[in-house]
Design a protein around this ligand. Structure first.
Ligand code: SF4
Length: 365
């Protein structure tokens, strides 16, 4: 049985906040889902809001927090309404407020609507926005578990993580571990988009292969063959079709050279040029860079200009510059946006060098 690395990380986070003495403590549900191709948290909030509220309450109980905050993306009106209705029901049932179910445990949960921006999904930028400051990531350490919202210990998890907590508590760890397939542990919600017949959110046993998930989603649209896929949203490296046998699991996807990222499978059919797709992604990260780190702010702009010039004129892309920019962003960025901004482009050049003028198979290394 492959124990979930994510499960261990979540355990460490909860343990850290639980061990802190400072009061008050907070639980923040990060519902600011903004990665292109990623919409699983929206669907969970719309369809299963009770699990989200219950997960926050359980997290608060475990770590000793009295205040929960759902930090939600501003376009998610339907999800917000579903959560508000669920919070009202929980208050009526005595599951929120002072003296929950006659105990000495107090808990209030409120919804905070994000002012908008991809970077606000980064946990420390999110905290800055909650404190009415410009949403830029903080240097870490200290981590939010020790010095979080208003300087207090703060447990922060995303929607999916919190929604899974009630089921694991109810059915037990053995149930959770046996829910995966072929030695992998647990279940996973994945947003499937791109060239499939039935895009949507699928809950699958971890260890399901990418090819099987594409079949679940009705197969590649228009009876075309699979060309490529991004297994973890826009920030993950594209992989060629021959990797579709990869089991969906954090470690196995990393071994193939990509990542699970935000839990979003983006499917690309044969016949689709990949350079414009990679250019779109780099442009997105250029637009969403908060500008705090100069290399990220200027580097993503420079890379965007270079790719756009290549697409427009067919002139070779200068890989020595792209390589240097990628190294620089990896070494100097404060947050994940800078680390991943050029990854999709690099992966296209690595696997499909013939689609990138000026690129040889060796160029991206
Ligand atoms: S890496 Fe980019 S997005 Fe992240 S803090 Fe620096 S400038 Fe902002």
């Amino acid at each position: 049985m492959v124990r979930s690395r994510v499960g261990s990380a979540i355990h460490m986070k909860w343990k850290l906040v639980r061990g802190e003495e400072a009061r008050p403590k907070y639980v923040v549900c990060n519902a600011d889902e903004s990665e292109p191709g990623t919409f699983k948290d929206r669907v969970i909030m719309e369809e299963l809001p009770h699990l989200v509220v219950e997960g926050i309450a359980l997290g608060a109980f475990v770590v000793g927090a009295e205040k929960g905050i759902i930090y939600i993306r501003h376009e998610y009106g339907r999800a917000k309404a579903a959560l508000e209705a669920e919070l009202d029901r929980a208050r009526l049932a005595g599951l929120l407020g002072s003296g929950v179910l006659g105990s000495d445990f107090n808990l209030e949960i409120e919804i905070f609507v994000s002012p908008g921006g991809y970077i606000l999904g980064e946990e420390t930028a999110l905290l800055e926005a909650l404190e009415d400051r410009r949403g830029e990531p903080r240097n870490k350490p200290p981590f939010p578990g020790q010095v979080g919202l208003r300087g207090r210990p703060t447990l922060m998890n995303n929607v999916e993580t919190l929604a899974l907590v009630p089921g694991i508590l109810r059915h037990g760890v053995s149930w959770w571990e046996s829910a995966g397939r072929d030695g992998h542990s647990g279940l996973k919600f994945i947003s499937v988009s791109g060239h499939v017949e039935r895009p949507g959110v699928y809950e699958i046993p971890t260890g399901t292969t990418v090819a099987e998930l594409i079949e679940l989603a009705g197969g590649v649209s228009g009876d075309r063959a699979l060309k490529a896929f991004a297994p973890g949203g826009a920030s993950s490296n594209f992989l060629p079709a021959e990797h579709a046998d990869v089991p969906i699991d954090f470690a196995t996807i990393e071994e193939r050279g990509s990542m699970m990222g935000s839990g979003a499978l983006v499917v690309v059919a044969e016949g689709t040029p990949l350079l414009p797709l990679a250019a779109n992604i780099v442009r997105f990260f250029r637009n969403e860079s908060c500008g705090k780190c100069v290399p990220c702010r200027l580097g993503t702009q420079k890379a965007t200009e270079m790719i756009e010039a290549t697409i427009e004129s067919g002139a070779p892309l200068d890989w020595s510059v792209i390589r240097k920019l990628n190294l620089l962003l990896g070494e100097t960025s404060i947050c994940g946006l800078g680390y991943v901004a050029l990854n999709p482009l690099i992966s296209v050049a690595e696997h499909w060098p013939g689609e990138v003028p000026g690129c040889s198979a060796e160029a991206p290394e």
